[in-house]
Design a binder for this molecule. Structure first.
Ligand code: BTN
Length: 259
């Protein structure tokens, strides 16, 4: 099932106009975010994709490490969007992952605010968006996506209680190549939809497992909030109804959904 990854294999027959027209593939790399940032600073063409067969220093949100051993999918995509589109990149990336997982494997996944993708309550994919913004000008934005594709979570006890993989869910390996090519097509489709004025907010909101649930949110260095995740705003913020009746808008954070 697993065919080998290479830039040529990914670009061959890739049905996109600009995402993935240039692919830089490394069998092993520290972090695709690091290389994508260097590429973006040197003005790489929009849609350039940096992919690693495995990462040795994968980066997660909130300065956490991200495990991406052999068998995972680790890629970063360089975009140059207008500032108005920046908040939508989180929505775009998580929806593209949900769609491509379902199309290629049949597995249904949901999004945990802001941008974790879960299968049966366990994390199968993490998304990291990094951008450089000066005033109203976005120098670049990089969408980093890590998918636990062909991993035996039993081999990674440090995350096995909260994470899953596509291969564990299916009890067979998946084709990383098929998932990556589908993902690039979906990202381009949603990005072009955004640029042409379509909204992807409603679909993203409806894909969230978080809404209507009692949650605990860690935001900033020390802030913890608890309440009902009532809704999300169009800029992607979480609207949390606290026990005193107040509605708090949380721009970034880490959500725990108690059992
Ligand atoms: C998270 O959930 O904390 C985000 C994880 C993002 C991981 C991806 S893997 C590809 C890209 N390169 C990195 O070093 N990180 C992102």
């Amino acid at each position: 099932m697993e065919n080998s990854l290479s830039a040529a294999a990914i670009t061959h027959n890739l049905a996109t106009h600009f995402i993935g027209k240039r692919v830089i593939y490394y069998p092993k790399l520290t972090s695709t975010m690091r290389v994508a940032k260097q590429e973006a600073q040197q003005g790489a063409v929009e849609g350039t994709v940096v992919i690693a067969g495995e990462q040795t220093a994968g980066r997660g949100r909130i300065k956490r490490a991200w495990l991406s051993p052999k068998g995972s999918i680790a890629l970063s995509i360089i975009l140059y969007p207008g500032a108005v589109y920046l908040p939508s990149l989180i929505m775009l990336a998580s929806l593209a992952v949900v769609h491509s997982i379902e199309t290629t494997t049949g597995l249904k996944s949901r999004v945990k605010w802001p941008n974790d993708v879960l299968i049966n309550g366990r994390k199968v994919c993490g998304i990291l968006i990094e951008s450089n913004v000066r005033g109203h000008v976005v120098d670049y934005a990089i969408i980093g996506i890590g998918v636990n594709a062909n991993l035996r979570l039993a081999d990674f006890p440090e995350i096995s209680s909260i994470a899953t993989s596509l291969s564990d869910e299916l009890s067979r390996d998946v084709s990383r190549l098929d998932i990556i090519t589908r993902l690039l097509v979906e990202i381009e489709r949603l990005y072009l939809a955004l640029l042409s004025g379509e909204s992807i907010y409603e679909e993203w909101r409806d894909s969230l497992v978080t809404l209507g649930r009692r949650v605990r949110v860690k935001s900033g260095k020390t802030g913890y909030y608890e309440g009902i995740a009532e809704s999300v705003a169009r800029d992607g913020s979480l609207l949390l109804r606290q026990s005193d009746g107040s509605l708090t808008k949380i721009v970034a954070g880490d959500v725990t959904i108690p059992e």
